[in-house]
Write a protein that binds this ligand. Structure first.
Ligand code: GLU
Length: 603
């Protein structure tokens, strides 16, 4: 899940590498490191730190002005968070330096063999074996053969960027499987930047070459030498267009706050630009939608929860069988997939390792595939038949907010597109009209939401309960609370309470009950009563015109209903705000929760 940068040019490499590495911190931020080649002294300056790259910024800028280097921000998979385990990892005889994104699954076996051959290991990482194995292979071959042998020996998915001390002005790249993006970019002044995420280098670069599985390249100032090249996909050289973020005059302390409040704009943008963003993409697709008999949605985390909502839409609006499956279970659950299936991979980054793998698997079974992402180009878009952009602009806070609602609305619009009932299509415009104003009014007054956050932030456990269309929202609300408040929270189907969970009801386990004015209403009232009968505290999210439920509850928030299918978006925004304000009360930085990263590129 790490972020990788490499630079070959004429400017001060450390400055560029540090700035870009900082922009990749959404991929992991537990430790960082940098290596710059000092051509005057013919040696590398290597600095590592726990925490973020800014901790070594001044040291490195004061010490060196080299023009070639690599850097890394880590999300540890193997080995504790300390300087030794931070990247770059260096081979025993210091000939090879590498930064790595991914997991070497057979690292222990390779490590044992290298130890027998006299290699020393100083870190606990799987990545260190890569540096040592390249160095070992180099004893008998040239660098290009050594890289090929190394790629063939390691298993799992890895993106590797490194430098051999024998040719310190060159950078090599290995891309095995799908472990986060890796792009080589160039600009007209002859600078080259290698980066995990092309969208953060659009200011520097004029052309991009996206690496795909099973590619190896050595990049020097004047040429890019592909030692192994996958010539097949023609989407690899791309112009990177990013979604512009519309201006907001407010200032926000945290990105997450900004992103929650931005939803009035992002939702409006999807409503206004649905043709460009979604419908034209589907029209241009080579998928024969009339042949689709089932829609499988795959995703992880918030994308999975948005997918659950998607399946609700596909079944009730498109009249297609649908199921949402956690991407990490998609292959292992041995589902029967065939060419009548449409598999929609939901991943805001377009890089989620399990979702990419599941999409590839679905393709291999003949299914048609759509990726729903925030990026115009990503691993997911490269491997899918069609990519649909959710149009809300990049999200920086680790916990998803505007990408969740943008995904939910996008899936809703796709479900209308797939519907065989023309009435649904005719009503689309009307059904969306005014949604953004409802969001705006909801965000205008947050006083009561802050009061609820005051109550919840002192709790150790919280239940989120919903039925039907609100069940995915209960799941998402609980996820936000876990992510940014570290409070144990569970999203449950309200009906499930009687089958075990009621045993947990007590003083320290409040329940948040989602109680919209729909067909689930009478049963939700029973749920509230059943919890209260057992002395459980209930906080409700209820409709603005509901004059009955408020009498049952001492604490509740009201929501102005828009329409049945869209109301989950309004309810989830309240839950996002509750988590945000609870997090602030707990003095947690909601943008950078512990142990997490935004883009999850390892399985
Ligand atoms: N496996 C490597 C490590 O633990 C890289 C981790 C990653 O890409 O997230 O250092």
């Amino acid at each position: 899940m790490c972020g990788i940068v490499g630079y070959i040019g004429k400017e001060n490499a450390s400055k560029i590498l540090i700035d870009l590495t900082r922009s990749l911190e959404y991929r992991g931020y537990d430790s960082a490191g940098i290596a710059i080649y000092d051509s005057k002294e013919n040696k590398f300056l290597i600095k590592k730190t726990t925490g973020t790259i800014d901790r070594i910024k001044q040291e490195i800028l004061n010490e060196i002005d080299g023009t070639t280097g690599i850097s890394h921000t880590r999300w540890a998979t193997h080995g504790k968070i300390n300087e030794k385990n931070a990247h770059p990892q260096i081979s025993s005889n210091s000939k090879i330096l590498i930064v790595h994104n991914g997991i070497v699954e057979n690292y222990q076996e390779i490590k044992n063999n290298l130890i027998k051959s006299g290699y020393n290991f100083t870190s606990e990482t799987d990545s260190e074996i890569i540096a040592n194995l390249i160095e070992f292979n180099l004893a008998e071959s040239e660098i290009k053969d050594a890289l090929e042998k190394t790629m063939d020996s390691i298993t799992g998915s890895s993106s590797i960027v490194g430098i051999s001390k024998d040719s310190p002005n060159d950078i090599f790249l290995i891309k095995k499987g799908n472990s986060g993006g890796l792009v080589i970019s160039e600009n007209k002044s002859g600078e080259k930047i290698i980066c995990s995420d092309p969208t953060i280098i659009t200011k520097f670069s004029d052309s991009y070459r996206y690496l795909v599985d099973n590619e190896i390249a050595i990049i020097s100032k004047h040429k890019n030498n592909f030692i192994r090249e996958n010539k097949e996909p023609n989407k690899r050289v791309v112009n990177i267009k990013t979604n512009t973020i519309l201006e907001d005059n407010e200032t926000y302390q945290y990105k997450m706050e900004e992103e929650i409040f931005y939803q009035k704009k992002s939702i409006k943008r999807i409503i206004d630009d649905k043709n460009d963003l979604i419908i034209n993409k589907l029209n241009e697709s080579n998928i024969k939608f009339e042949n689709i008999q089932r829609v499988l949605v795959i995703g992880m985390g918030s994308s999975f929860n948005a997918g659950l909502l998607g399946s609700y839409y596909f079944e009730s609006i498109s009249s297609l069988k649908s199921e949402t499956i956690n991407a990490s279970e998609f292959i292992d659950s041995k589902r029967i997939i065939d060419s009548n299936d449409l598999v929609i991979g939901v991943t805001q980054s377009g890089e989620t390792a399990e979702t990419i793998k599941a999409l590839e698997y679905a393709k291999s079974k003949g299914a048609k595939t759509i990726s729903v992402t925030e990026k115009n180009i990503s691993q997911a878009s490269i491997i899918s038949d069609t990519n649909v952009n959710i149009g809300c602009g990049p999200e920086y806070a680790v916990a998803s907010t505007k990408t969740f609602t943008a995904t939910a609305l996008t899936l809703y619009i796709i479900s209308v597109y797939l519907s065989r009932d023309n009435e649904n299509k005719k009503n689309l415009e009307n059904n969306l009209l005014g949604l953004d104003s409802k969001i705006e009014s909801l965000l205008l007054d947050t006083k009561d939401t802050k009061e609820i956050a005051k109550i919840l932030s002192s709790k150790e456990h919280i239940l989120y309960l919903g039925r039907g269309i609100m069940y995915p929202i209960a799941m998402e609300g609980a996820l936000k609370m876990k992510e940014i408040c570290y409070i144990h929270s569970e999203g449950y189907a309200a009906g499930e309470m009687k089958h075990g969970v009621n045993a947990l009801i007590g003083d320290n386990m409040p329940s948040i009950v989602l109680c919209p004015p729909d067909e689930t209403y009478p049963k939700m009232i029973s749920t509230i009563n059943e919890i209260q009968a057992r002395n459980g505290e209930v906080i409700g999210l209820i409709d603005k015109d509901d004059d009955n439920t408020n009498k049952l509850l001492s604490n509740y928030l009201t929501i102005e209903s828009h329409n049945f299918f869209i109301d989950p978006i309004l309810y989830v925004i309240q839950l996002q705000l509750i988590s945000l304000y609870s997090s602030l009360r707990l003095k947690i930085n909601p943008d950078r929760p512990r142990n997490l990263a935004k883009t999850v590129t390892v399985e």
